[in-house]
Design a protein around this ligand. Sequence first.
Ligand code: HAM
Length: 420
Amino acid sequence: MQYKIPRGTQDILPEQSRRWQYIEQKAHDLCKRYNYQEIRTPIFEQTELFARGVGDTTDIVQKEMYTFEDRGGRSLTLRPEGTASTVRSFVENKMHGWADQPAKLYYIGPMFRYERPQSGRMRQFVQLGVEAMGSADPAIDAEVIGLAYDFYRELGLTNLKLVINSLGDTQSRTKHREALINHFKPRIEEFCVDCQSRLEKNPLRILDCKVDSEHELMSSAPSILDYLNEDSITYFSKVQKFLDDMEIDYVVDATLVRGLDYYNNTAFEIMIDGEGFGAITTLTGGGRYNGLVEEIGGPTTPGIGFALSLERLLMALEAQGIELPVTSGLDAYLVTMGDEAKQVAPKLLHQLRKQGLTVDGDYMDKKMKAQMKAANRQNASYVLILGEDELNQNSVMVKTMASGEQELVPLDNLVQKIKS
Ligand code: HAM
C-alpha cells in the first residue's frame, strides 16, 4: 500500500518551512506592535458553535465542515475558521470583565474546509486572524484594517486593493432584506436550489452565489448602501475618514457581502491584482460582528476582525517575485579524522551548542573529503578539523570557508574565534 497525502493538504518541507517561520514571526511582531495578544483555541469545537456562529445557511456550514462524532457520541467539527472559537473563548473566559477593553486577540493556526481544492484553496490552510471585542468605535475598524494592510505592505507586496462596504446595522439590514426578497421572489425559480432556499432564510447570501452570478437580477439587486440608516451612514463615513487619515487607499463596493453570516456595518476584503495569481484574488476577509458574542451566549458586545491565509500570502509573494530574507547554514561543521576524534565529537558539539552556536557533524562514518563536502553543502561558515595531532595539542584546525584560511585554535578559544 502506497500512502498519499489527503487531497487539499500539503507537506511543508524544510526549504518552505523557513519561509513559513519568517512570515509567522512577522505576524507575531506586527500584532505585538498593535498590542494584540495571542490566543490558542482547540482545533475542534462543538459542531453547534459553528452552525450558530458562522450561520447555518452559509456554504461553510452546509457543505464544507469536517464533522464527526467522538466516542462519547458528541458531534464535533474541525474548525473552519477562527472567529467563532475566539468568541466562544471570550464568553467562556469572561473576557468582557477584563480591565482593558476591547480584548485584542490574534491567532495563527490551521483551519479545515471541505472545498474543491485548487491553487489557493486548500482543505487545510493556516489563518492569521485578529479579533477586537468590546469596542464599537470606528477607529478600531480602521486599526484592524490597517494591521492587515501593513502586514502585506511590510512584506513588500504591491498591487493590493482594499475593498470596503457597510452591511448596516440591524434596522438597515431588515429593510434591505425585505427589498431583496421582493426583488428576487417573482423569478426565484430561475435560480439554483440553494438560492431558492436562501430567499426567505438569508437573501443576502444570494448575492454571493457563484452559480447564479450572471443572472440579470443580480446586477439590478437593491444595494445595501441605499438602505443604510443615519447611524450606519455616520459609522461608515467615520471608518472611511480614519482610513483616509492613515493614507490607506480603498474602494467602496456595495456588492461585497462576505460568505459568513455574522457581519454587520463594516465588511472588507484585501485583493491582489496582477499576473500569476489565477482566479483566487482575495487575500484577506473580515468585518464587524456586533451580534455574535450575544449569539454565542455572552453579553451584548461589539466585535471586529479579519483573517488571511498564509498559503495565499506565500502565493502572492511568489507571484510578485519577492524573496524573503531567509537563510540557512551552520556556524561550523565538525570534521573528524580517526576513532579518537570521533569519540570526542559529541562532547565538543554539545559544548558549542550550549554556547549558542549552530553546529553539526558527521554521523555516517564518512571519509574526510565527504565530510568537507557536507560542510560545504550545508553552508558552514567554518569547518573545524579534529584529528590526532589536534587532539594532542588540545586544539582544533579552524578553516574559514569564505577565505580558505586555516588556523590552529586552542579549544579554550574556539567559541570566541567562531563568534568573531
Ligand atoms: P473568510 O473570508 O472565510 O473569513 O476567510 C478569510 C481568509 O482565509 C480568506 O481571505 C483566505 O485568505 C483564507 N481562506 C479561506 N478559505 C481558504 C482555503 N480553502 N484555502 C486557503 N485559504 C483560505 C473568515 O474566515 C473569517 N473568520 C474572517 C474574520 C475574522 N472575520 C472577522 N474576524
